[in-house]
Each structure stands twice: as structure tokens, then as C-alpha cells.
Design a protein around this ligand. Structure first.
Ligand SMILES: [Zn+2]
Length: 451
């Protein structure tokens, strides 16, 4: 389909929403029609296009596709629970048109060659556009120093332990990574010493069968704050650009708001689960909502929602982390950490719009525009002439109950008040009418500019 008009939509883009249409040619947005403002020239070009195939969007919302900047698609190494083919399919079913995949694979993605191998798999299998983080380790400071935007979207460092054992344990190595990385550093911040001391205390209380609800008493707010403070001070000392991942506490928000008043080198992400759940939900969902960092109190959740509104939280992602339900069984020490949400993040945010927490333009800012800006993603994340036609169409008045497409086969949430109607990747309707297109073209590798 070389040419296509998407007509009769409510376009949400860059803080505005207006009735209009979009002309797509060869996968690129070639014109945007604002029906109220159609001047003579646009009216003429709209008439000229009248022979081109058109899809009626039925006055539903049309926005840039979501860019999920934090996913774990598990390939290579753990493809029994997720792979690039299965998880990218789940992504486009949720309106996600591009994703940035984390390096804690097996083997870990800590060399340019291993990132190239992942890109080769994605070029064959990925329904969405893709990019990859280079993992920082105790031994790869030279790889990090040599990385550029042709290799990776950013460098990921684990300051605390989580799935996959990629933690940088040596303070010297961590310093070198911060000092030498030419790319943005994205950090998982939880302090291991604090978590280990907490665990010893909780073990004394419960023995070896620690209930899942104790997870936030091990992975505490104090552990998050101490580690975030450490990462920020390293960034300030070395001049690195730092993105603090999955901020989960009011304390970090308060600390970051003070830091951000003095520098624009430090930004923060949260993930939908921290905006949606609080610790009272462990009773109902158990280990299904066990993730790292832990979901914490209702007060933390309220502070995070406020931080999304105020701008302290720049991006909202998912930390999509599939595990089989069998791997999520057992107590706090046994059940795997991670929630598979890439398919549901936009629907979750739209649910919070209904509750009055956010506006739709704000959701698009946090999930589409800000990710594109922060990672300097080339010509995506906005509805602009000359940009790729990565688009999502959603209906906020059509409830859905969509089964999870992730290979892991489950999700703590599936029912929403809104539905995803279409997802266009590079102009192709990869998801439409509740189905994935057969033989859809593969997504493209993301490119990064201004570096
Ligand atoms: Zn993660």
C-alpha cells in the first residue's frame, strides 16, 4: 500500500487534539489535514488525493504509536517465556510501534557483536521497530566507551541485582562507565547492601517462607533512594546523561525534583504498574505483580502520578518482563520478578485518563513524544510531515477484554474501557480489527540523531 489516507480522525499530537486526516505515502506522513483549518492549498491537495485509497477512522483518536523504552523480550536465552516475534506481536496489539529492549539476556548483550545478533533476529521477526541497550558490566568499559548511536540506543546499568545477574558490582567499573559512555545511561537503582540487610531482618521474622507481600519490605523505598542518589551523584560528577529507570517511590520523586532544578542532564522514567497498583494489591494478585523495584504504597503511587503530571517523570514505559506462570509460583524468594505489560500500557494509561489522573495529550507526551526526544529517535514519536507513519487508533468508548499475546500467556490486567483499533508501523496496518496482519512487513531498526 504505497499511498493511503486516514480520514475522519481526532488527531492527538503535541498537546493538541483536532479533527483531521493524514496522508501517508511509502510509509511516511506526507500531509496532515486539520479539517477546521483547511486553507485553499490544503483543500486543493486534499482534492488531488481523492483518488487515493482512504480508511475512515470513524472519529476515533489517532496518535503517534507508543515507543516503549523499557522492555525485556527475553531473546536470546529465555525464549520459552518470550521472544522478539511473540513480544513484538503483543506490542503492536497494544499500539506500541517501537521498543527499546534491555540487555539482561543469556548471553548478556554487552558487546557490539551481541547487539548486532539481536538486531539480526529482530530484522527477521519483529513486527515493531526496534532498538537495543548495551549492557554495562564489570568488564566492558571499553565497549561502552566505543559505543555510538549506530550500535545502541543507550547504556543500561544495574546498580542493584535483578533478573539476569548483570549488576555492575565494582565501583571502579561503574565510575568508568559513567565517565566514558558517549550515550545516555539508563540505570536500575536499588541499593544491594540495604536490600540484603532488609532480607536478613525479614528472614528472621518469617524464616525461609517469606510471603510475597513482604517484597516491598526487602526492596524498600530507602534502597531505591540511596541507589538513585548514588547514580545521580556519579552523573553530576562525570557529566553523564542519566535516565533513572522505573522510579517507584515518593522519596525519589522528591529528591529528583530538587536535582532537576539544577541540571537538565538527569531525567526519570516510571512504569505503568507503579501508577496502577499499590501494595494492597499483593493480596489479590500475589507474585503476579512482584517486580523489581517492588510496587510500594498508595502514597508512593499518588506521588508518582503527580510527578507524571508535573514533569519530574519524563517517560512512562512498562519494564515488560514475561515469565511463565509456573515461574511466578511460590514465595517471595522463589517467584520470579517481572510483569508482562507491553500490550496493555496504553490501555492502562487511558483507564487512568478516565479516572481523571491524566489527559490524553499528556499520555501521548509521556509514551510517544518524550521517548522520541530523550533518545533522539529519528523521525518517530510525532505526527509530523516527513516522519514515519507509526500510528495508533483507539476508541475510549469501546470496552475490551483482550487475551495476552505474550508467549508467557498471562497478564494481571486484561479488561479495559478503551480498545486499540489499529496500529500502523511504517504506514502498514499491522494490527486492525482485532487481528494481526498476515505476513506484515517487519519493523525497522531505530536510528538516533543529534549525537
Ligand atoms: Zn527492566
Amino acid at each position: 500500500m504505497a499511498e493511503l489516507i486516514l480520514e475522519n480522525a481526532v488527531i492527538v499530537n503535541e498537546g493538541l487534539s483536532f479533527k483531521g486526516g493524514i496522508f501517508v505515502k511509502d510509509g511516511i506522513i506526507c500531509d496532515i489535514f486539520d479539517y477546521e483549518k483547511l486553507g485553499d492549498r490544503d483543500r486543493e491537495s486534499a482534492l488531488l488525493l481523492s483518488g487515493c485509497p482512504a480508511m475512515d477512522m470513524g472519529w476515533k483518536y489517532l496518535a503517534p504509536g507508543v515507543i516503549d523504552t523499557h522492555v525485556h523480550f527475553r531473546e536470546p536465552g529465555s525464549t520459552h517465556k518470550g521472544c522478539i516475534a511473540s513480544e513484538s506481536a503483543a506490542a503492536v496489539m497494544g499500539g506500541v510501534t517501537s521498543y527499546l529492549d534491555m540487555p539482561n539476556n543469556n548471553p548478556p548483550a554487552i558487546t557490539a557483536a551481541s547487539l548486532k545478533a539481536k538486531a539480526d533476529i529482530a530484522s527477521r521477526d519483529s513486527l515493531a521497530n526496534y532498538g537495543f541497550y548495551l549492557g554495562g558490566s564489570d568488564f566492558n568499559a571499553d565497549e561502552v566507551a566505543a559505543a555510538d548511536a549506530s550500535i545502541a540506543c543507550a547504556v543500561k546499568v544495574f546498580l542493584g541485582a535483578s533478573t539476569g545477574g548483570l549488576r555492575v558490582k565494582s565501583p571502579v567499573a561503574m565510575h568508568r562507565i559513567f565517565e566514558s559512555s558517549p550515550l545516555l545511561i539508563a540505570a536500575h537503582c536499588e541499593d544491594n547492601d540495604i536490600m540484603e540487610a532488609n532480607l536478613a531482618r525479614i528472614r528472621a521474622q518469617y524464616g525461609n517462607h517469606i510471603p510475597v507481600k513482604a517484597h516491598p519490605a526487602i526492596r524498600t523505598a530507602a534502597a531505591c533512594l540511596a541507589s538513585t542518589q548514588k547514580a545521580v551523584s556519579l552523573a553530576l560528577e562525570t557529566g553523564a546523561r542519566l535516565h533513572v529507570l522505573h522510579v517507584s517511590t515518593a522519596q525519589e520523586v522528591e529528591f529528583l525534583s530538587r536535582v532537576m532544578a539544577t541540571t537538565d542532564h538527569i531525567t526519570a522514567e516510571t512504569c505503568v504498574q507503579y501508577l496502577w497498583f499499590d501494595e494492597s494489591d499483593y493480596e489479590r494478585f500475589g507474585a503476579q505483580i512482584k517486580c523489581n523495584p517492588a510496587i510500594k504504597s498508595a502514597a508512593d503511587r499518588a506521588a508518582l502520578r503527580a510527578a507524571v503530571r508535573s514533569g519530574i517523570i519524563r517517560t512512562v514505559a512498562t519494564d515488560h518482563a514475561p515469565h511463565l506462570l509456573s515461574e511466578k509460583e511460590g514465595d517471595c524468594l522463589k517467584a520470579a520478578s517481572g510483569i508482562p505489560l507491553v500490550q496493555y500500557s496504553l490501555l492502562m494509561m487511558l483507564e487512568m485518563v478516565r479516572e481523571g489522573e491524566f489527559s490524553i495529550p499528556m499520555v501521548i507526551e509521556k509514551m510517544c513524544h518524550a521517548p522520541a526526544r530523550l533518545f533522539d529517535i529519528d523521525r518517530r514519536g510525532f505526527i509530523r510531515k516527513g516522519y514515519y507513519a507509526d500510528l495508533v487508533v483507539f476508541d475510549t468508548a469501546a470496552p475490551c477484554d483482550v487475551p495476552p499475546a505474550s508467549r508467557c500467556g498471562w497478564s494481571p490486567v486484561t479488561k479495559f474501557s478503551s480498545s486499540i483499533l489499529y496500529t500502523f508501523v511504517n504506514g502498514n496496518p499491522v494490527f486492525a480489527g482485532g487481528r494481526l496482519a498476515q505476513d506484515a512487513p517487519r519493523g525497522l531498526q531505530l536510528k538516533y540523531t543529534n549525537r
